[in-house]
Design a binder for this molecule. Sequence first.
Ligand code: ADP
Length: 577
Amino acid sequence: MQETIRNIKKVYQYGRAYKKNLIMLVIACISGTIVGVIIPLLTARQIVYFTSNMWIQLLSMSLIIFLAEAYKSFAAYFFTRKNNQHFTRNTMKNLQVALGDEILKISQKELDTNSSGMFIQRITNDTLKMTAFFWDSLNCLMRIFTNIGALFATFIINKPVFLYYLFVTIVLTYLHLVKTKKFGNKDIEFRNKTEKVSSLTGELVRGVRDIKMLNAKNNFMSILEDNIDTQNQKRIEMSEINGKYTFGIEFLRAVFEFGLVVLLIFLIQNQGLQMALAIALFNYKSGIMNVIMEKFSAFMQLIKDFNISCNRVFSILDNTTFEKETFGNKNLETLKGNLEFKNVNFEYIKDNPVLKDLSFKIQAGEMIGFVGKSGAGKTTIFNLICKMYNIKSGKILIENIDINELDEPSIRKNITIISQNPYIFNLSIRDNLKLVKDDLTDEQMHEACRIACLEDFINTLPNKYDTILGEGGVILSGGQKQRLAIARAFVQKTKIILFDESTSNLDNETQSEIQKAINNLKEKSTILIIAHRLSTIINCDKILLLENGKIVDQGTHEELLNRNISYQTLYKTEILE
Ligand code: ADP
């Protein structure tokens, strides 16, 4: 109970601005409930007038009942619907935006080990459950109270029948509570499985090309099928419990109905109960026996669902489960581009070092190549320069300032990674560039695309700069994506560019255009390249040779080629291939 109240208060914080709608909703519910409680009482009096042949009173009572019913419908359809939509939708939006914000702050380490489906479910499904709870629970309570009104009506008409109904209500409600308890953690397990399935279906859609190319359709589908099976298993277990109890409850209800008929016959024969009143009392049975206990157990289930969703969402919003990125307070509006690693040690997994006592220094405006076998730690160095992960020991200095002291914009606005397959958004070329500079002018856009050697290509497109690029930039080739990312970096005027050269077989023309684009950025920015090609390596001011997370040698291409045997081997076996 305490947990629920605490969660209601927390969710309310996100819907505070729509307080008026919530108040109107509560007023509509309370007034609807009061009317709903009064109607059966009035109906009881109506029956008394009818059986006593009091026709004038009967007529006026019927009119009052009609007006009360009309108000109930009006409150339900106009007041509640409008205010509920306003409150629920806007509170949900605020929660979703806050969640999105927090997810963007979660550390890369946590993102690596958690599935995207989990986050998607929490943003969509859980926020909906949390906000819909307000109306759903009010609705449940409204029904419960309305039927308690019917119970009171029986109290006015006939005490023994009232006592019988009360006894039945208590027994059936108790059974429903036991059923909810039996469910235990099954619904939490079911939701966790649902997250897994949603994550896999996400991967199916995103990875459809690779799944086809790898001829992995059957294997992937069998993994998905297994997960859907376990998800279904949980659902079946829940439905079995539900089925067992529903059968028991239905059976008891039939017994109680039979008991009611016996009681009514007894009362008619021995206590002089009028037939019309007996029929009215009998007619209350469905409302009292079904709705109160069903709505009560639905209400309990709603509370449980609400709390599960709140725990899942607030574990992100309140920083209780997921480690967030941390930054310092120092702000550097612009950088020159000086960078240094001082005895850096780093590991993704405990006691599994990836970078070992790594030190190097790069001057602003230099173009540096990183070469080494796959797995040597090149991409890791780039990730650390962007502060995607925290180092174990040592120091990373940008403009001689420890990266841990810098605030987020100083790092993320001034450093760009251009990966082998940069993510291009399903927007136009113009909007992809505007993402990093919202006041981008046409001139700046043209200049960026000229520098990135993209202009000629864009001019061949039917809608030129307004061409929509498809999900992940699907209409672009690998080289074009990289060049668009170069244009993005140019627009952003980042001072440190980290370029992961594509290992795929780009044709010579594309390759030389990328090379030209990179050269166009030379001297404007410090450029670090994970280099795979001769043309790139020759252009670098310095090359760092990496082996098992250590720099084993550094110098120009000629120097390394003359003196370093592993560089010669690498150069012959990998780079030239
Ligand atoms: P390179 O770019 O030189 O091919 P990486 O920097 O990508 O090498 O990887 C260095 C080592 O770190 C590899 O052994 C790799 O398996 C491991 N690694 C890379 N990324 C992760 C990660 N997110 N979690 C755990 N290990 C990782």
